[in-house]
Design a binder for this molecule. Structure first.
Ligand SMILES: Nc1ncnc2c1ncn2[C@@H]1O[C@H](COP(=O)(O)OP(=O)(O)OP(=O)(O)O)[C@@H](O)[C@H]1O
Ligand SMILES: [Zn+2]
Length: 800
């Protein structure tokens, strides 16, 4: 038997499967989707079996055998292998990258494979010999004894399970438990021996009622009132023993109470019915659920999933960077309890692996997770949901450069199930597709609790300055804040930045202190008293004098959350402020703590960056202040206006969601900009029309597709030269339907000491695009890479 294997050799630049011979004893063990070790050159490398066949063109004496099988059950299903092939062509990546992205990183880390005994009764002798008296054994022991085929059968019969224990500190959670003997006579004998030790007798008598149970030492102390010394004495006499038990590293510590389905509003019901009707159809169908903030989209997700579970199927629920929205996960856990696995970047490697295993073993039916959860290894998917579908975090920025929306739609085609894309401010592409009928549009125009949308007021900061107000707060915002403090209502202040002051500037020569590796100004962090580069992590102490002209007139400029916090205390010493940004949320669980404190009403003001813009649903918030709407507006990106409108609408949507009316104050230096003017009415449609008009005029998506080729090198001349070659080559090989813009320098012209150029390809129909780019990449992989050039191709860049 021959196995086709994709090898994990990143420096080897040929992207195709290699044939290997399957040793006879493994013929019944190996399956497509298993990982193996194979000889490659002088090394032994990891590989994925993507197919098995009887024949090969390779002469037999050249065919090398597989040296090791790593999995008894495939880690990738046939569906996943197909998906990898699709990803490879769709995003132009190495197939190995596509395979790796679907698996938890624990399977790439160093780990030990442990075989655990499940049903000891009917084990063959040679297997019993391996386990001996133990409950678990090492995979290697089976391998050495040549028992892999047998092991495979045992796995299939569920007599044993195989688990990976990551060799990394803090991941495996083993706890010490006490196992009480099952032998009552034994206890009675010990009682006789301990006639004078009253406490021991007490404990032993209690143990008679709990024969054979496994309890934590603490439980025993709590129930009997004895100390650890007494327990240890009893254990020393053999009536109980300490055992180590491995527990699921459950990332949830907090208990949640269960909730039930709400009575839907009429609009919600119409949407839900359309979705459940689609579930009956044997085809993939994509819905765009466009609902204003607070319209109860989440309730529709919950009830749709409920329906999926009733059908015995599984659901994937994606949210943007889930660790940022603990409120959201809680809503799912309180509805579906143990059926839910959670996957996000805040989990440790071991925790991620555990969640993945729960999915793979069918122990859960719902996954709530960030982008990569779209690869959850379910095999009977009934629904996939992307909440806040416009979010750019759904696009992965390194290889494979996939968009979770595309993967969702691909998987829905495979499982013939619906996809729901939900948002108050859909991506222009999605809305355009819905209007064309590619997606089915479902609209929720009203808030679920019949609250009106908040009133939005635009504060013109230029005018404030003219009136002599130099503070970062407009007069109207100060007034609104004062009012809320008086009425004991809560407010959210949103700042699109982090740190204390954005940059350090010399007032004599105008020099802004820059990162030595990147063309970016350094950010002042007050907690560490350092200047930091947000792109490469470079840090330095605050200079006392200007590095350019040695003047000591150096000043901090810009506004950061820390600075705002101080200003608030100057204005309102009595205000209770909670700050939520990268600095205050570094430790695990910090988000939850801050939001819980706020939810309990222990603070008046929640001040934060992007991470407070989404998902929050607190009844007492009646004011939202946006300190500077302009920050995202002036980025050199055709999506800048769209992003700003989305952000403003999202953050405004936090106000007045329940029974108190909401107010929003947006501060800006460009009140006449359409993204800001239209955010005032929070009406998506006019914004869409306006933006689409501009996109058409300048040939940008959704009217055209764009692809981005980036080239970088440590030497600026080399970077420029190769960027020029790329542009020439594209012009020479693509049809005249495609416009090639550039080469131009990237918006950050130097990053981590590499000079960056880019070429943008705009096209409507370009059948040659993929093959042409694949040839370009082949050229790069064969030759350019040796010159120190780095090149990336992105077929759907989320920023340019
Ligand atoms: N049918 C209903 N009956 C009563 N309350 C509801 C109903 N549907 C939703 N709600 C409540 O309305 C509030 C807003 O709903 P939800 O958070 O689901 O809106 P959303 O559309 O997801 O909002 P956003 O996009 O702003 O995050 C929540 O407190 C929710 O519990
Ligand atoms: Zn830097």
């Amino acid at each position: 038997m021959i196995a086709e294997v994709i090898v994990d050799v990143s420096t080897y630049h040929v992207d195709r499967p290699f044939d290997y011979q399957v040793p006879a004893e493994w013929i019944n063990v190996i399956e497509a989707g298993c990982r193996v070790k194979v000889p490659f050159g002088a090394r032994n490398v990891l590989g994925f079996v993507i197919g098995l066949k009887k024949e090969t063109d390779i002469p037999l004496h050249k065919l090398k055998p597989i040296t090791q099988i790593l999995d008894m059950e495939p880690v990738l299903t046939e569906e996943m292998l197909q998906l990898a092939r699709w990803l490879k062509n769709h995003t132009i990546c190495y197939e190995i990258d596509a395979l790796q992205v679907m698996l938890p990183s624990a399977l790439r880390a160093k780990y030990e494979k442990i075989i655990k005994l499940q049903a000891p009764q009917s084990l063959p002798e040679e297997v019993q010999a391996i386990f001996g008296k133990r409950q678990q054994a090492n995979f290697k022991e089976f391998e050495r004894a040549g028992l892999l085929p047998l092991l495979k059968q045992l796995v299939a019969q569920e007599s044993v399970t195989i688990d990976n224990v990551v060799k990394q500190q803090g991941n495996v959670k083993e706890i010490r438990m006490v196992k009480i003997t099952e032998d009552q006579h034994l206890i009675e004998k010990v009682i006789e021996q301990s006639s004078r030790a009253v406490k021991q007798r007490l404990l032993l008598q209690w143990m008679c009622q709990h024969l054979g149970e496994v309890l934590s030492p603490q439980q025993i102390y709590d129930e009997t009132g004895v100390s650890s010394a007494v327990l240890e004495a009893v254990i020393a006499k053999g009536a109980a023993q300490f055992i180590r038990e491995e527990v699921y590293r459950d990332p949830f510590t907090k208990e949640v109470s269960r909730t039930h389905s709400l009575q839907l509003t009429e609009e919600q019901l119409v949407a839900l019915q359309a979705i459940t009707a689609a579930m009956e159809q044997p085809k993939g169908q994509t819905f765009l659920l466009h609902g204003v903030t607070g319209s109860g989209k989440t309730e529709i997700y919950l009830q749709s999933i409920q329906k999926v579970l009733e059908e015995g199927k599984e659901a994937i629920m994606l949210v943007p960077e889930i660790s940022l929205t603990p409120q959201m996960t809680e809503r799912f856990r309180s509805r579906f309890g143990e059926m839910v696995a959670v996957m996000h970047s805040g989990l440790s490697v071991g925790e991620k692996y555990d969640e993945w295993r729960k999915v793979q073993q069918g122990k859960v039916k719902v996954v709530v997770g960030a982008r990569s959860a779209i690869f959850a290894p379910f095999t009977n998917i009934g629904l996939i949901i992307l909440d806040e579908e416009h979010e750019s975090t759904y696009k992965q920025e390194d290889s494979p450069r996939y968009h979770a929306r595309d993967v969702a739609i691909w998987r829905s085609g495979f499982y013939q199930c619906p996809v729901i894309l939900g948002s108050a401010t859909p991506a222009l592409e999605s809305y355009a597709r819905a209007k064309k009928g590619v997606y089915t549009l479902l609209s929720l125009k009203h808030r679920a609790l019949h609250q009106t949308l908040p009133t939005v007021f635009i504060a013109d900061m230029r005018e404030e300055l003219r009136q002599g107000n130099r503070s970062m707060f407009s007069v109207s915002l100060i007034e609104a804040m004062r009012l809320r403090l008086e009425k004991k209502e809560q407010m959210v202040l949103f700042l699109n930045r982090r740190g204390y002051s954005s940059f350090v500037l010399c007032r004599d020569c105008g020099t802004v202190v820059q990162c030595p590796n990147c063309d970016i100004s350094l950010t002042y962090h007050r907690t560490t008293e350092k200047l930091k580069c947000h792109y490469c992590g470079y840090e330095e102490h605050i200079p006392q004098t200007c590095p350019q002209c040695q003047s000591d007139h150096i000043r901090y400029f810009g506004t950061g959350t820390q600075k705002v916090e101080e200003e608030i205390y100057k204005l309102f010493p009595e205000a209770r402020v909670l700050r939520m940004d990268v600095d205050t949320t570094r430790h695990k669980g910090a988000h939850e703590e801050i939001l819980q404190t706020f939810g309990e009403g222990q603070a008046d003001i929640l001040l934060g960056t992007q991470m407070i813009a989404k998902g929050l649903d607190f009844p007492n918030i009646t004011l939202v202040g946006v300190l500077s709407a302009d920050t995202s507006l002036h980025l050199p990106d055709y999506r800048a206006a769209e992003r700003t409108f989305q952000l403003l609408t999202q953050v405004s949507g936090r106000a007045g969601r329940h029974n108190k009316p909401g107010e929003v104050i947006i501060q800006t230096y460009t009140p006449e900009h359409y993204a800001i003017e239209l955010a005032k009415t929070q009406d998506y449609e006019p914004f869409y029309e306006r933006e689409m008009f501009l996109r058409r005029r300048s040939s940008y998506p959704p009217y055209y597709f764009v692809a981005l080729v980036q080239i970088s090198h440590e030497d600026v001349m080399m970077a420029a030269e190769y960027a020029g070659r790329v542009a020439d080559w594209l012009r020479g090989n693509l049809s005249n339907q495609a416009a090639i813009i550039g080469p131009t320098t990237a918006s950050i012209a130097r990053l981590q000491n590499r000079y960056r150029y880019q070429c943008l390809i705009k096209y409507k129909i370009e059948p040659n695009l993929i093959p042409v780019l694949q040839r370009l990449l082949a050229m790069y992989r064969a030759e350019w890479i040796k010159q120190g050039i780095l090149m990336t191709v992105d077929l759907d860049p989320s920023t340019i």
